[in-house]
Ligand binder design. Structure first.
Ligand code: S3P
Length: 427
């Protein structure tokens, strides 16, 4: 297991190209694999989670080739997968497991979906219940992976999800591609809508709104060419670093700014952050823009309710920002963070305490009072990529050295994160 030492720096300046959006990359691979013919994907993420999706698809007989920036997927059609010889390994990736479950539930064969120790602890009832309502047969112990899926015919449902989760919504919508009629998912608060947007590019009739999504099945997909925008969840670390460090100015070109993902921009704006968007455009149904962040003085904010799904992956780095904001930042309704790659509420709060921040963990969030100078400390990443990267940014501001244990997990979403950080150091 690797350790990374972070030293404080005076400021950051320059341009950062963030990896292709991880959520969109998973969906691109999966939809291309179901299409008839050869599809081309530009700018696919090279994150370990996306590699997990690739490996599962290859084990299902899908041919995926990469040459420089271009990934070519030879689609096998909706029923063209071959029965896997051994369990499919989704690694650390909840998106891989939950999205593929929706498709495997409709295949004319049985399969097993498994993952690493973290993924085996995560809740799967949220997809098992709706898939069983559609007629799927899934065996598991206490609704946890490994999931044994006996594929078969599915029927359309109207599902009212009590959890705002794009993985749940996408799982059901993908299963709906195989069912007769309209499969609908409604949610309490809107979750990311990349699946619904992308289905249209493949010629599928999919609807989406802030209330949920629907798909008309059975549907077939035609091959297409896609370009993946930069990942706003990866950009978030540099946006916050640019705002918190003195004399800093950082440009992030071509970042996805889909409104179901831009909660980080709204949250930082409500704190007084100076972040500009330029060159706004839409490519392949996904809006994107260049983002520029510069040194800002921040005030506390309250983040709760329907805004939480749009910042769910950015709450660790927003917690770091809150330590430098004037007043008490309150996060509520974020209990979903307890069932991510690790219990992120606990991970955030215990690491911030070690750095001397004023923080109180609550059952569904935290309260952070600032501004507080941070001090260097030895911190556990808990094997969670977003915790590792958030505390690397905290280490840039801290007094003394910060050691991030088990730091290689950054590869899960952002290979070369530490090299990128080094490249914008302005001494
Ligand atoms: C994702 C959805 C979110 C997010 C995860 C990626 C997706 O999870 O936290 O990193 O790609 O659909 P939930 O759907 O569990 O909220």
């Amino acid at each position: 297991m690797s350790e990374k030492t972070i030293y404080p720096i005076p400021s950051i300046q320059g341009t950062v190209s963030v990896p292709g959006d991880k959520s969109i990359s998973h969906r691109a691979l999966i939809l291309c694999s179901l299409a008839e013919g050869e599809s081309r994907i530009h700018g696919l993420s090279e994150a370990r989670d996306v590699e997990s999706t690739k490996k599962c698809l290859r084990a299902l007989g899908v041919d995926i080739k990469k040459r420089k920036e271009l990934t070519t997927v030879t689609g096998r059609g909706k029923y063209g997968y071959t029965e896997p010889k051994s369990p499919l390994n989704a690694g650390n990736s909840g998106t891989t497991m939950r999205l593929l479950a929706g498709i495997l539930a409709a295949q004319p064969f049985s399969s097993v979906l498994d993952g690493d120790a973290s993924l085996r602890k995560r809740p799967m009832r949220r997809i098992i219940d709706p898939l069983e309502q559609m007629g799927a047969q899934i065996e598991s112990e206490q609704h946890k992976a490994p999931l044994r899926i006996r594929g078969g015919a599915l029927h359309a449902i109207d599902y009212n999800s009590s959890i705002a989760s794009a993985q749940v919504k996408s799982c059901i919508i993908l299963a709906g591609l195989y069912a007769q009629g309209i499969t609908r998912v409604t949610e309490r608060s809107p979750s990311r809508d990349h699946t619904e947007r992308m289905l249209g590019l493949f010629g599928v009739k999919a609807q989406f709104s802030m209330a949920g999504a629907g798909v008309l099945g059975p549907a077939s997909l035609h091959a297409c060419e896609l370009d993946i925008p930069g990942d706003i969840s990866a950009a978030a670390f540099f946006l916050v670093a640019g705002c918190l460090l003195p004399d800093s100015f950082i440009t992030l070109p071509n970042v996805g700014v889909n409104l179901t993902r831009t909660g980080i921009l709204d949250a930082l704006a409500s704190m007084g952050a100076r972040i500009q968007q330029s060159n706004h455009r839409e490519v392949d149904n996904e809006p994107r823009a260049d983002l520029i962040a510069s040194t800002s003085s921040l005030n506390a904010t309250t983040l709760s309710g329907s805004m939480i799904p749009a910042i769910i992956d950015e709450l660790p780095i927003l917690a770091v920002a809150a330590t430098q904001a004037e007043g008490t930042t309150i996060v509520r309704d974020a209990e979903e963070l307890r069932v991510k790659e690790t219990d992120r509420l606990e991970g955030i709060c215990s690491n911030l305490k070690k750095m001397g921040a004023s923080v109180k963990e609550t059952k569904d969030g935290f309260q952070i009072t600032g501004p507080t100078p941070l001090k260097g400390a030895t911190l556990d990443s808990y094997g969670d990529h977003r915790i590792a990267m958030s505390f690397a940014i905290a280490g840039l501001l801290a007094d003394g050295e910060t050691v991030i244990q088990n730091s290689e997990c950054v590869d899960i979403s952002f290979p070369h994160f530490f090299e990128t950080l080094d490249s914008i150091r302005a001494d």
